[in-house]
Design a protein around this ligand. Structure first.
Ligand code: CA
Length: 226
């Protein structure tokens, strides 16, 4: 088995869930480091430099998963998959706004989590191999090679999916794209999340990139980058 898949930090206080995830991820060749609290999770990410973090929202102690995500985003763009309790819509939306890349709702199958992990890492790697390509939209630059967005030359920190969405819109500039087209194009056809995920990410892009981004809402359809 290929054991060069890199490290994944699993932050989850429920040992049964953490052990199950570790078992399945190890089978795929990942090295897994577990953390039971938010503080330990942050320390593990700092020490281990993982390729991805699986992060439960409900954690004991003063630092829950949402706070961990918030703190991670101020220092790193490591992909984050959040584990949320069933029907915790608020947590899901908040998690995405805080820069989580994806979420999985409990109860989940470990296979589903592994599939999400692989999809996110594949996307991150795939884009790294593409040739240098900078799309300029007014004062906003989308740099695919560096996976960096800049406003007036200043880099703006975007979550993985936020960048992917911006890039997809930039590559399809002038076209009105439906939320479903954006889900298929950015999250992949196998992703079965809800269309509001697109709205959450659009809101983040507008907030982070400001008025320099000519991103129009097309009523009854979706969005268009002008
Ligand atoms: Ca928990």
């Amino acid at each position: 088995m290929d054991m060069q898949q890199g490290t994944i930090v699993v932050v989850e206080d429920d040992h049964n869930i953490a052990d199950l995830l570790e078992l399945y991820l190890r089978r795929e060749g990942y090295r897994v480091v577990q953390a039971e609290t938010g503080e330990d999770g942050l320390a593990a990410v700092h020490d281990q430099r993982p390729r991805l973090v699986v992060l439960d929202i409900g954690l004991p102690g003063g630092v829950d998963g949402l706070e961990v995500c918030r703190r991670l985003r101020s220092t790193t763009d490591v992909p984050v998959i959040m584990l949320t309790a069933r029907d915790e819509e608020v947590d899901r939306v908040l998690g995405l706004e805080l820069g989580a890349d994806d979420y999985v709702t409990k109860p989940f199958s470990p296979r589903e989590v592994v599939a999400r992990v692989k999809a996110i890492l594949r996307r991150a790697e795939g884009s790294g191999r593409e040739p240098a390509d900078v799309i300029a939209i007014g004062t906003v630059e989308v740099d695919a090679a560096r996976r960096e967005a800049r406003v007036a030359g200043r880099p703006i920190a975007l979550a993985t999916r936020e960048f992917d969405l911006l890039r997809y819109l930039a590559e399809n500039r002038g076209l009105a794209l439906s939320r479903q087209q954006l889900l298929d194009g950015v999250w992949g056809p196998g992703w079965y999340g809800d269309e509001r995920t697109v709205d959450v990410h659009v809101r983040q892009l507008r907030k982070k990139l400001g008025d320099g981004l000519p991103l129009a809402t097309v009523w009854g359809v979706g969005y268009r980058l002008d």
